[in-house]
Design a protein around this ligand. Structure first.
Ligand code: UDP
Ligand code: MN
Length: 353
């Protein structure tokens, strides 16, 4: 009985195997005929699928430690209190008390990274450069290779700032613009071009920062990630319907009521070259569509950035420690101010109201 059933199954499977082979042969011959009749277009399709490589390669060495590297024991039970250190899509939110600098510096030291850092100073904003650059040399990716790209319409006003080892500054002249809104929004296109045309073999990560700012504490490799957003210092404790998203459906930056995760600042964002290129390209395109429709989003590129981050979730978020309101302002959750806006009188420095 057993043998019989066995033989029977075997016979059956033989036939079905033969049938399936015949079927495959048939499909193969049909494909051959099709391929021959469409040889060029099919080959092109195949070439496109197989040979397009990403233009930017993000190094991935893993997170290696070594015997003898000593640091505090991480805990599965105790963490930073009073704030959330992970989003609902499981991206970390970086606060003081969530990382170990000894360990994380060791891990990233081995990766031989270059961090491109862009800053714009047009018109009277060149006055912020000295503090920005000097404080960055004190606190920003200390011990790592940093290449600043400074865009200005007044290269002669760029101050002489002594750069540390493995740190360099490239000054690029850009045309002046009459509206501060255009200067601010215009950054997206310049960044898109910089990444697309120049950075492929020059940098691993990029951060794009406002110049009316100053560093007071460590900003290091804990901030590195594929796509990195910074929570706006005025909205980290606000409800989503209080966020100043663009609310007019006519704008490409529109976010409907009831949607939104965080309100992100446009004064600092970054990540891998590929991700930041896509971000800047998308924002530039969306702003062009708005311009063609004679509409400007309420907070300019920041509105478009917020729309982008809503549907392209950042892989890492930085707490408002990484862009605070003012050095003289405190909040219970802010244990350290790392980077902050400086007091500025808009009427003094902007070219238009
Ligand atoms: N910016 C500039 N010149 C201007 C206006 C703006 O260089 O006349 C640049 C500068 O890098 C500045 C950024 O655009 O940090 C954003 O503008 P701003 O800081 O005035 O915006 P806010 O932070 O006040 O929203
Ligand atoms: Mn600013």
């Amino acid at each position: 009985m057993h043998t019989h059933r066995h033989t029977h199954t075997k016979m059956n499977s033989h036939t079905s195997l033969q049938r399936s082979l015949l079927m495959k042969l048939y499909v193969f011959i049909r494909r051959l005929i099709y391929l021959n009749s469409n040889q060029t277009s099919c080959n092109q399709q195949i070439i496109k699928q197989v040979f397009i490589e990403p233009k930017w390669k993000l190094k991935n060495f893993g997170m290696h430690s070594s015997p003898g590297i000593l640091y505090n024991q991480p805990s599965a039970l105790v963490g930073r209190t009073g704030v959330a250190s992970v989003t609902s899509w499981l991206a970390p939110i970086i606060w003081e008390g969530t990382f170990d600098t000894t360990l994380i510096d060791f891990i990233y030291k081995q990766q031989n990274l270059t961090i491109a850092t862009t800053v714009f100073a047009l018109g009277k904003y060149t006055r912020f450069l000295k503090d920005f650059l000097e404080s960055a040399e004190q606190h920003y990716f200390v011990g790592f290779r940093v290449h600043y790209y400074l865009f200005t319409d007044l290269p002669e006003e760029v101050p002489e700032v002594k750069m540390g080892e493995n740190r360099s500054l490239t000054v690029r002249k850009v045309p002046s613009l009459n509206r501060w809104q255009d200067i601010s929004m215009g950054r997206m296109e310049i960044l898109e071009k910089l990444i697309g045309n120049e950075l492929a073999n020059e940098a691993d990560y990029i951060f794009c920062l406002d110049v009316d700012t100053k560093f007071y504490g460590r900003w290091g490799v804990e901030t590195l990630g594929r796509l990195v957003g910074v929570i706006h210092p005025w909205f980290f404790d606000a409800l989503r319907n209080q966020f100043t998203y663009e609310r007019r459906p006519e704008s490409q930056a529109y976010i409907p009521a009831g949607e939104g995760d965080y309100y992100y600042t446009a004064a600092a964002f970054g990540g891998s070259l590929e991700d930041v290129h896509h971000l800047t390209k998308t924002c530039r395109e969306q702003m062009n569509i708005d311009a063609a429709n004679s509409i400007e989003a309420i907070w300019h590129e920041e509105s478009h950035l917020n729309k982008y981050f809503l549907y392209n979730k950042p892989s890492k978020l930085l707490s408002p420690e990484y862009l605070w309101r003012d050095i003289n302002v405190g909040a219970a959750q802010i244990k350290i101010i790392r980077f902050t806006h400086v007091a500025k009188n808009n009427a003094d420095v902007r070219p238009n109201p």
